[in-house]
Design a protein around this ligand. Structure first.
Ligand SMILES: Cc1cc2nc3c(=O)[nH]c(=O)nc-3n(C[C@H](O)[C@H](O)[C@H](O)COP(=O)(O)OP(=O)(O)OC[C@H]3O[C@@H](n4cnc5c(N)ncnc54)[C@H](O)[C@@H]3O)c2cc1C
Length: 410
């Protein structure tokens, strides 16, 4: 006979057999009981352009989520997930947003690296890294972009060389990658424990060949992060320098030289289910824009009204498109449709909010740089059509890899 489950185990039981209604009330109850005290003080904060607010409290919140088993809901149960269906994941995102629970701090770990390790990693890598994401103790950042490799990611110049140990008897066991180079725009690198990096591991290789996907600890002498100040006033991203930084030989996902395939697989996850949670946030921002129009007496303004309706329609399209593209395994180049659409939609929403506010959008709350959440949203949304692959690049991907059009002249 099976032993009865302990309280901790019960709280992490599978959601696979739970009805959607039961799941919703379970989520509502937990959130109502948990978003209290210092967590409740962060309601409505930590969104786009506001990422640094209450960071320590949000780190503590991530641990709470981990303890209660709310991280990695959609991961397979065999990898510590809860087996939640797509519907349940949407319900969780809806209830989470409704409860105004604190903004999350480890999107890169939970939504990007975790699924990538499950798909491409070794059992040992999954065993080493998935628990730290699931319990909220290890945060990740993404080391792709470089000063001359953004849209043109295949131009990565950061090098990693596999170097045997100086101890000849166990050289193979203790071989390590030695990294040199610079990454840039590395979001939250200064508060991350680990970084997944695309580096060139085959000397003399070029473009997509000879790249590898490496996992590198941030807390070591060879890694330096320098915050880049953003127009929102915050400093969420960094320049990241690697100077003889090291990582053990087995911290490579996929075979040496196969990093491009893994790196692209990860980007597919970036454009997959995690966008649904993001859309619930968008919905809330749109509600805020409608309320703002009401306050400014502009709900009947024909142009503003039309733009609000267009935003509402766009949100529905985004949701249906995300649902349509799910369930097809690792997302393919079609996922660029979603990125192109939501990047533009969100950028437009930022402009709409400023237009609703009129001249008051130009005035700061306090000197020298205290911006309202609406102003931060507007400024942050300037980047939506750039990060995660710019609009122009998404159009290239769709043209060449989905529609089969000729390649652009090089
Ligand atoms: C808020 C934010 C957070 C980010 N976080 C991270 C992170 O955590 N990790 C990370 O690795 N990177 C991150 N990035 C970097 C992001 O991925 C890059 O900014 C993006 O890939 C564009 O690269 P780039 O900035 O070098 O611009 P460039 O590639 O220099 O592009 C400049 C302009 O030229 C256009 N362009 C370039 N090539 C073509 C072409 N072939 N055809 C047509 N037009 C073209 C682009 O669309 C763009 O408008 C972040 C960026 C932002 C804004």
């Amino acid at each position: 006979m099976n032993e009865p489950m302990s309280a901790a185990e019960t709280s992490k039981a599978s959601f696979a057999s739970m009805s959607d209604d039961d799941f919703r009330s379970h989520a509502q109850q937990w959130l109502a009981a948990s978003v209290v005290g210092e967590y409740a003080e962060l309601k409505g904060r930590g969104g786009p352009g506001d990422e640094e607010v209450g960071f320590d409290v949000r780190v503590a919140w991530e641990l709470e989520l981990g303890r209660a088993g709310w991280i990695g809901l959609g991961w397979p149960e065999s990898h510590g997930g809860r087996g939640a269906s797509v519907n349940q994941q949407i319900i969780w995102a809806e209830e989470y947003t409704r409860a105004q629970a604190p903004a999350r701090v480890n999107h890169m770990g939970e939504n990007l690296l975790g699924p990538t390790l499950i798909e491409y990693g070794t059992p040992a890598q999954c065993e080493r890294f998935l628990p730290g994401i699931l319990n909220g103790t290890e945060r990740w950042c993404q080391g792709y972009s470089e000063p001359n490799a953004g849209s043109d990611l295949a131009n990565v110049q950061t090098k990693a060389v596999l170097t045997p140990s100086s101890n000849a008897s166990d050289a193979a066991a203790h071989a390590q990658w030695v990294l040199n180079g610079q990454k840039v725009w590395t979001s939250l690198a200064h508060v991350s424990h680990w970084c997944f990096i695309v580096a060139r591991t085959e000397a003399g290789s070029s473009r997509h060949k000879g790249l590898s996907f490496l996992l590198v600890a941030m807390d070591q002498p060879g890694v330096e992060t320098r915050i880049i100040r953003q127009i929102t006033g915050g400093g969420e991203f960094n320049e990241t320098f690697f100077t003889d930084a090291v990582t053990p030989a087995d911290m490579i996902v996929g075979a040496p030289g196969e990093g491009w395939r893994v790196a692209m697989g990860l980007l597919g996850f970036e454009r997959g289910i995690s966008t649904l949670a993001q859309q619930v946030g968008f919905e809330r921002e749109l509600e805020g824009a409608i309320e703002l129009a009401r306050q400014h007496g502009k709900l009947d303004h024909p142009v503003i009204r039309q733009r609000l309706v267009k935003a509402h329609t766009g949100l529905q399209l985004m949701r249906w498109n995300a649902l349509r593209s799910m369930g097809a395994g690792v997302p393919g180049p079609e996922a660029s449709i979603g990125k192109l659409f939501w990047g533009t939609w969100h950028s437009d929403l930022g402009e709409l909010i400023v237009d609703i506010m009129g001249a008051s959008a130009l005035i700061g709350d306090h000197l020298p740089y205290e911006l309202s959440l609406e102003q931060k949203l507007f400024l942050f949304t300037r980047s939506d059509t750039i990060y995660g692959g710019s609009n122009e690049i998404q159009r290239n991907v769709l043209g060449e890899r989905v529609l089969g059009l000729p390649k652009e002249p090089s």
